[in-house]
Design a protein around this ligand. Structure first.
Ligand SMILES: [Zn+2]
Length: 383
C-alpha cells in the first residue's frame, strides 16, 4: 500500500484489518500517509507532501485542512528553500499543543504509572500509584488513576486512553497475563464504558518497541527484547508489528533451549528462557558467584543464552537491528558484547549484513510513550 520505502512511515496497518476501497478508506489512507510523513518530527509543505504521497494538490489540501482543524497538525513556519517561484510554502508539523492521550503502564513491578501525553507521547503530567507487597493491580486502581489524570483536561481534547500490559492481548482483551493473574479480562470494553473514550490495550513490549522505533534508533524491521521480571520480545517487519496467529507473537519466555537438562520452570517444562535470562534469575546467580570475574561470567553466559535463542529468528527474517531493554546492572556492556560475539559466531553468512545488538535508546517512559503512539495510530486509522 505504501510504496515510499525510503521515508519513515507511521505504521499504517493494524494487523488483521482488511483493506477495502470505500471513499472513507481512501480518506483514512490519505490521512495516514500525511500523518506518517510528519510524525514524529517532520516539517513539510503541502507541495512536498503532495510530491511524497503522490496525492493531488486538492487532495492534500483537503486532508491537511481537516487535520489542522482537528488539532492533529499545525502550521509551523515557511519553507525557505522553496522561494524560487516567489511563493514560500507553509510548513506543516505535528501539533503538540491541542490534543492529549492518557497513557497507563501496568508492566512495572511495584508501581502503576500514568501520564497525560501530547501527540508525540511526551508525558506532560504524571501520576504514580505504589503497589502493595503482592504487586496486585485491580481495575479500580486504573479507573482511579485515569480519573485523576483527566481532571484538568478538557474531555474534547482527549483522543483516547492507552494501556500497556504484560501478557497476551487480543483486541483489547487480556487473554493471559501471568504476572497480573488476569485471564480473558476485557479491560478495553470496561474502560470504554466507564470513560466514553476509545481505549487501546496493548502488550507492553510491543508498545516499547514502537517508542524505540519513533523516538530511539529503531529500524523499520527490528527485534525488540525486554528483560525484567520475565523476558518478552516484539518484532517489527517493514513497520508492521508481528502479532501472530494467536496474538502471542513475542511470547518467548517459555521456549526452552534445554528441555532435558535445564532448570525446572513453573510452567512444567525445563530450560525455558524465563529460567535463565530474567533480572531475578541473573541477579540471583550473580549473588552466588564468588569472584567479580565469575560475576561477569554469569552476565556473559546470559548474553550467550539470549544470542542462541535469537540466532534463528535473525536469520529467518534477515534482521539487522536487535534492541535490548533492561535494567543497567544486567543489560550492560558485558552482556551486549557477549550477545554480539555469539550472534556473530553463529549467524555469520555472506547473505546477511551485520546484525547489531544494542541497548534501547528510550528511557523508563518507554511503555507509556509507546502506548500513546498506539492510541494515535488507532485514532488516525479509525476516523
Ligand atoms: Zn517455562
Amino acid at each position: 500500500m505504501n510504496s515510499y520505502a525510503n521515508t519513515i512511515s507511521f505504521p499504517l496497518h493494524t494487523p488483521g484489518r482488511t483493506a477495502k476501497a470505500s471513499p472513507a478508506d481512501v480518506r483514512r489512507n490519505n490521512r495516514s500517509l500525511v500523518f506518517g510523513l510528519l510524525f514524529p518530527n517532520g516539517q513539510l509543505s503541502r507541495a512536498e507532501l503532495g510530491r511524497q504521497t503522490g496525492l493531488s494538490r486538492v487532495a492534500i489540501s483537503g486532508v491537511a485542512n481537516g487535520m489542522l482543524e482537528e488539532g492533529l497538525i499545525c502550521e509551523s513556519g515557511y519553507d525557505a528553500s522553496a522561494s524560487a517561484k516567489g511563493k514560500r510554502g507553509t510548513l506543516l508539523s505535528i501539533d503538540t499543543t491541542r490534543l492529549h492521550i492518557i497513557s497507563v503502564d501496568l508492566s512495572q513491578e511495584h508501581l502503576v504509572q500514568g501520564a497525560v501525553t501530547d501527540l508525540l507521547g511526551t508525558p506532560q503530567q504524571r501520576m504514580e500509584m505504589a503497589l502493595g507487597p503482592d504487586n496486585d493491580i485491580n481495575a479500580d486502581m486504573i479507573v482511579q488513576l485515569v480519573d485523576q489524570l483527566r481532571t484538568d483536561i478538557d474531555s474534547d481534547a482527549i483522543i483516547g486512553i492507552g494501556i500497556a500490559v504484560t501478557g497476551v492481548v487480543e483486541d483489547g482483551v487480556i487473554r493471559e497475563s501471568t504476572v497480573l493473574g488476569w485471564h480473558d479480562l476485557d479491560l478495553q470494553s470496561m474502560l470504554e464504558r466507564r470513560f466514553g473514550f476509545p481505549v487501546t490495550v496493548s502488550n507492553d513490549v510491543v508498545c516499547s518497541m514502537l517508542a524505540e522505533r519513533f523516538f530511539g534508533k529503531g529500524d523499520k524491521s527490528m527485534i525488540f527484547i525486554k528483560i525484567d521480571r520475565g523476558i518478552g520480545a516484539a518484532t517489527l517487519i517493514d513497520d508492521v508489528t508481528v502479532i501472530g496467529q494467536n496474538h502471542a507473537g513475542g511470547e518467548i519466555g517459555h521456549i526452552s533451549l534445554d528441555p532435558e537438562h535445564g532448570r525446572p520452570c513453573p510452567c512444567g517444562k525445563r530450560g525455558c528462557l524465563e529460567t535463565t535470562v530474567t533480572s531475578p534469575v541473573i541477579r540471583d546467580r550473580i549473588r552466588h558467584a564468588g569472584t567479580p570475574e565469575q560475576q561477569l561470567d554469569v552476565i556473559r553466559a546470559s548474553g550467550e543464552e539470549l544470542a542462541s535463542a535469537l540466532a534463528m529468528p535473525i536469520g529467518l527474517m534477515d534482521i539487522n537491528d536487535v534492541c535490548v531493554y533492561g535494567p543497567p546492572d544486567i543489560v550492560n556492556e558485558t552482556f551486549l558484547e557477549a550477545t554480539q560475539r555469539r550472534i556473530d559466531k553463529v549467524t555469520s553468512s555472506q547473505f546477511h549484513k551485520h546484525t547489531t545488538i544494542r541497548r534501547c535508546q528510550v528511557g523508563s517512559d518507554i511503555a507509556l510513550r509507546g502506548s500513546a503512539i498506539d492510541v494515535i495510530r488507532h485514532y488516525i486509522e479509525a476516523k
